[in-house]
Design a protein around this ligand. Structure first.
Ligand code: WT7
Length: 634
């Protein structure tokens, strides 16, 4: 790769070798073709790369916007394409999953072995009464059984709802109840930095208060004593040893539009939203984007270092690599345990060829200096990736130079839980500008517009919009279709555009530069947190009458949370209380939601209708101009 200033700003051009080997050497031609005939483009891809029990009669049904449907009438199951079809070919002996535990244990599952486990666990779930359309909550660490559990749910046609293992009781309970899950799959703990996160304890506290959970299945990861409730809790290994655990369990045949999973994510206001994805479109979209953006070849070892508990892990650790018959690598623990070179040692040990991670992780590892990565042979790497928040050019350049040896293009992928797959992203053949996710994936029409929907000028800030539907798009919010319409499709209802909730700029080359959220979502270390959930955790403390939280820029984590609290009568401000409130959020929501600072105040800026004006709080905190205060109450 070489850097020049031919276009404005710094541009990195891919080498001739990278272009020659890329699945898509000519972005412009493919993007143009996809734009001219969007349905035809996806129709061809879907026919040629996946197995369907029955074909579709309509590729894209736009008769009831924004409830778009893809591959209507088709029948399949993503698990049929991820496992069943591969065990009938030589792929069955290929590594599907290579796992390394934090303590250093390691395990490889071939496609044959993974399918064996998934079949058995699918029949265990069936024996627990799990049927097509049911919801199952999964709350586990980053271990192979998490992948097995997800695939087993999909195989029987049940929707999984994975709750990230970094969340605590309140967050877990809320998601269990909202989804009305009848089974919870968890584990006896998870390793993190040599310590145990007591997931079963947290799960017990949530299930005690749940009205819907009938049984709990617990994987033994740590091996220490945990409380198991008789007639409710079962050990995974006990159930898997029963004769009902059938290694030839059939895969439920699903409609392409049947739900595959729900995944909760933070939204503008109120409780988290259950994003719903489907078997057909999600399969086609995730597999195609992974193949083209990360140029997956049969010999690759692909490492998406996210957590399966987030969409990144769903789409790019679990589903799309398996659908492609690729090898996915998973590491359980912290990047810096026991030393800051753990990740680099894993790349050398397993010969990882593609690493996909978040800017916050790169910044975190950058702090330890170049000596740690330099101690390891990273020459197996040929592509790098970034996701979760805008990547600052310094981190981009460090990643490119120190990890990628100046020869690995960096795919900065912009997307969301809602979009299911990469949306704004380069392909390996596309010239890169550090900090820009470049342009839309073929067929994705992105633009930056003003309030009325007019395109803004070059390098002017505006709202990001997506103008055409795509196969892996969310179909609705589970149980709340009105909110789906209001949240994403109401601002530009007339034009029929999707509103992601980000602000952005477009430069003279049409490259998109995402700036950040325009709503009350805060990105902390790439994790998406809603102000409303953190505020309700604070208010659940007896000392707090009212609370408001804002995001404050932070060099390492992108943003950190600052909380403002008004105390109830009878409570006095103190440092001790501030600490207690921070810890309280940690216990209720999870450590990632812990405010880095709590300020106790007498009042909060509000509109006359009583809505907290976080914009004003934020401006005051950062010493910026507070802007238009005409709606402020006093
Ligand atoms: C929000 C979605 C999709 C995987 C992880 C996040 C921000 C995501 C980028 C990027 C700038 C990015 C946006 C988006 N975001 N990727 N490459 N550059 N911003 O999924 O938790 O649903 O968050 O993450 O603000 O709206 P998510």
């Amino acid at each position: 790769m070489s850097a020049t200033n031919e276009m404005s700003g710094e541009v990195y051009y891919p080498s001739a070798e990278i272009i020659a080997n890329a699945h898509i050497p000519d972005y412009d031609a493919v993007h143009q073709a996809a734009t001219d005939d969007l349905a035809g483009f996806w129709d061809k891809i879907a026919r040629e790369n996946f197995e369907w029990a029955e074909p579709w009669h309509t590729t894209l049904d736009e008769s009831d916007p924004p409830f778009y449907k893809w591959f209507v009438g088709a029948k399949t199951n993503i698990v049929h394409n991820a496992l069943d079809r591969h065990v009938k070919t030589a792929t069955r002996n290929k590594a599907a999953l290579i796992f390394e535990g934090e303590p250093g244990d390691s395990k490889v599952y071939t496609y044959q072995q993974l399918n064996y486990e998934v079949c058995k666990f699918a029949s265990v779930l069936r024996a627990q009464g799990v049927r097509k359309g049911d919801r199952v909550t999964i709350y586990m660490g980053r271990i192979p059984e998490l992948m097995i559990a997800m695939l087993a749910c999909a195989k029987v046609g049940a929707m999984h709802s994975v709750v990230y293992g970094g969340f605590s009781t309140e967050a877990l309970l809320g998601r269990i109840e909202d989804s009305a899950s009848k089974v919870l799959i968890t584990c006896d703990g998870a390793w993190l930095r040599g310590k145990v996160i007591e997931l079963k304890e947290i799960a017990n506290a949530a299930v005690e208060r749940s009205e819907t959970i009938q049984s709990v299945i617990c994987v033994k990861r740590i091996g220490h004593d945990v409380e198991m409730v008789p007639d409710r809790d079962y050990w995974y290994h006990d159930l898997m040893a029963l004769p009902i655990a059938d290694p030839n369990a059939p895969t439920e045949v699903m409609d392409a539009e049947d739900p595959l999973f729900i995944l909760y994510t933070s939204g503008t206001t109120g409780r988290p939203k259950a994003i719903l994805h489907t078997h057909g479109g999600y399969m086609v979209g995730t597999a195609t984007t992974l193949k083209w953006v990360f140029d997956i070849k049969p010999e690759d070892i692909w490492w998406c270092a996210a957590d399966p508990g987030w969409i990144t892990g769903h789409s790019y650790i679990v589903y799309s690599p398996l659908v492609l018959g690729a090898t996915s690598f998973m590491y359980e623990g912290a990047p810096t345990h026991p030393y800051p070179d753990r990740w680099w040692s894993l790349i050398a040990k397993y010969g990882i060829t593609i690493l996909y991670t978040a800017p916050t992780a790169i910044r975190g590892l950058m702090r330890f200096g170049e000596t740690w990565p330099q101690r390891h042979d990273l020459s197996s790497l040929r592509l790098l990736g970034s996701v979760g928040e805008p990547i600052n050019p310094e981190a981009w350049k460090w990643y490119h130079r120190v990890i990628g040896n100046e020869s690995c293009p960096i795919m900065d992928t912009w997307w969301q839980t809602e979009t299911g797959n990469f949306m704004i992203t380069p392909l390996p053949s596309v010239p890169l500008k550090p900090g820009s996710a470049t342009r839309g994936f073929p067929g994705v029409q992105v633009d930056v517009v003003d309030e009325e929907g007019n395109p803004v000028g070059v390098n002017e800030e505006g709202f990001l919009v997506i103008k055409r539907p795509w196969p892996a798009m969310l179909r609705t919010l589970f149980g709340d279709p009105e909110r789906y319409v209001a949240q994403y499709w109401s601002r530009y209802a007339e034009q029929g555009w999707y509103l992601p909730g980000d602000s952005a700029k477009k430069d003279e080359d049409g490259y998109i530069w995402v700036i950040g959220r325009i709503d009350d979502v805060i990105k902390v270390s790439g994790y998406r947190l809603g102000t409303a959930e953190i505020e309700s955790a604070l208010v659940s403390h007896p000392a707090v009458a009212e609370a408001a939280v804002i995001g404050v820029p932070d060099e390492l984590r992108g943003n950190v949370i600052k909380a403002y609290c008004i105390l109830r009568d009878g409570f006095e401000p103190s440092e001790q209380l501030e600490r207690e409130l921070r810890d309280h959020v940690g216990v209720e929501m999870g450590p990632i939601a812990k405010p880095s600072a709590v300020a106790i105040v007498d009042s909060l800026p509000k509109t006359r209708s009583g809505k907290i004006m976080r914009r004003v709080l934020r401006a005051q905190t950062l010493g910026q101009d507070v802007g238009d205060l005409s709606t402020l109450a006093d």
